[in-house]
Design a protein around this ligand. Structure first.
Ligand SMILES: Cc1ncc(COP(=O)(O)O)c(C=O)c1O
Length: 385
């Protein structure tokens, strides 16, 4: 029997299943049924479920110190910041928070602060793209394009939306009034759409020309999900700020805004903060994830596994229907993916929906080749009905 949800706010359309246990790329429900997990809690469980080193670290840290607050120095936080800043590939500092939306909230505030302090407020414009998803809090929601998420909560903060992937349109829209632009290197929620090659690099050039900040939202794509530590590296377009969450904590809630030194220097004590952000438990977990997934050999393996998964899906759905990068993959369907998501579940496979009639697969980055092949086989059986 499913849990009695009547005291929960009904803000989620939940599938009729209750998972109670996981191991690697497998989940079990409360009836003891086994599933292959090709969704990883929306690209979160990067190391899979019950990963031995992650589990042991969480248990040890929980038994040692869970929380102290940012009134004090936190060794685990400083160590994780050093790891991420070193990997960022640009001189950076890190501000920790708890979720993706908070990381983007921080990025938006940093853009405004930079425009106000460095440019005397003379840069009122913030740009984002059609199809974008940056989160649900008011700032991040203002940068999110999808009308059904935005409109019930209007009025929102200023943001202009440019056509995704259209560099000429971006070129025409940019001027000295632009403070910043935010982009997902692969749009996840709207249907797994990678930016066209050269698009991020083009935005970088426009930002340099007009003295604007490039914010890259790596919340779904970061931490090796696309086969590079961060997806902007496919295009070599170094951001001014990149935001992380989802895979960063391997399942513990943690987000981060990784920002260039010049922007970071503007955020003085007291100007921004959070009670929980970067607590010892979340940071200890994220350190295990970072040490594992940011390794070049691990990233290369993710890229190879992504090719294997996409090849299998292309055999099932046709070459033109499958797109993605690394282990963030979308399959274009003709209709809403919910029927196939449900059918997959009855065949022991967890997959998810995305916008625009897209089926989304984002398995744990540690998934084996055998499990990838079995995921494709189960999806094939679900598709056949
Ligand atoms: C690209 C991107 N940005 C931001 C968010 C918001 O993250 P969170 O749900 O942790 O607030 C998401 C979540 O799906 C996302 O995919």
């Amino acid at each position: 029997m499913l849990p009695d949800d009547r005291f929960l706010v009904q803000n989620y359309g939940r599938q009729p299943v209750c998972f109670v246990r996981g191991e690697g790329s497998r989940l079990w429900d409360d009836q003891g049924r086994e599933y292959l997990d090709a969704f990883a809690g929306v690209a979160v469980s990067a190391l899979g479920h019950a990963h031995p080193r992650l589990t042991a670290t969480i248990a040890r840290q929980a038994a040692t110190l869970v929380h102290v607050s940012n009134h004090y120095h936190i060794r685990e936080q400083a160590d994780l910041a050093a790891t991420l800043a070193r990997q960022a590939g640009f001189p950076a500092r890190v501000l920790f928070c708890n979720t993706g939306t908070e990381a983007n909230e921080c990025a938006y505030k940093a853009v405004r602060l930079w425009a106000n302090v460095v440019h005397g407020g003379g840069k009122p414009r913030m740009l984002a793209f059609t199809g974008s998803f940056h989160g649900r809090t008011m700032g991040a929601l203002s940068l999110t394009h999808t009308a059904k998420y935005r409109e019930p909560f209007a009025p929102l903060l200023p943001c202009e939306f440019l056509p995704f992937g259209d560099l000429a349109a971006a070129e025409a829209a940019f001027d000295a009034g632009v403070a910043g632009v935010i982009i997902e290197p692969v749009q996840g929620e709207s249907g797994v759409h990678p930016t066209p090659p050269g698009f991020l690099a083009g935005l970088r050039r426009l930002c340099d020309r007009h003295q604007a900040l490039l914010v890259v939202d790596e919340i779904q794509t970061g931490m090796a999900r696309t086969g590079r530590p961060f997806a902007w590296q496919h295009d070599g377009a170094i951001p001014d700020i990149m935001t992380l969450a989802k895979g960063l904590g391997g399942g513990l809630p943690i987000g981060a805004a990784v920002m260039g030194e010049a922007v970071a220097a503007l955020i003085k004590p007291g100007l921004h903060g959070t009670t929980f952000g970067g607590n010892p438990l979340a940071c200890a977990a994220a350190q295990v994830v970072a040490d594992t997934v940011l390794d070049p050999a691990f990233c290369a393996a993710v890229a190879t596994k992504g090719e294997r998964l996409m090849a299998g899906l292309r055999r099932l759905f046709g070459a033109g229907a499958v797109r993605g990068r690394g282990l963030l993959v979308g399959v274009q369907l003709d209709s809403d993916p919910s029927a196939l998501v449900a059918a997959a579940r009855t065949h022991g496979l967890v997959v998810g929906p995305a916008g625009g009639n897209t089926l989304r697969l984002a398995p744990p980055l540690t998934v084996s080749d055998g499990d990838l092949d079995e995921m494709v086989a189960r999806l094939g059986r679900a598709k056949a009905g």
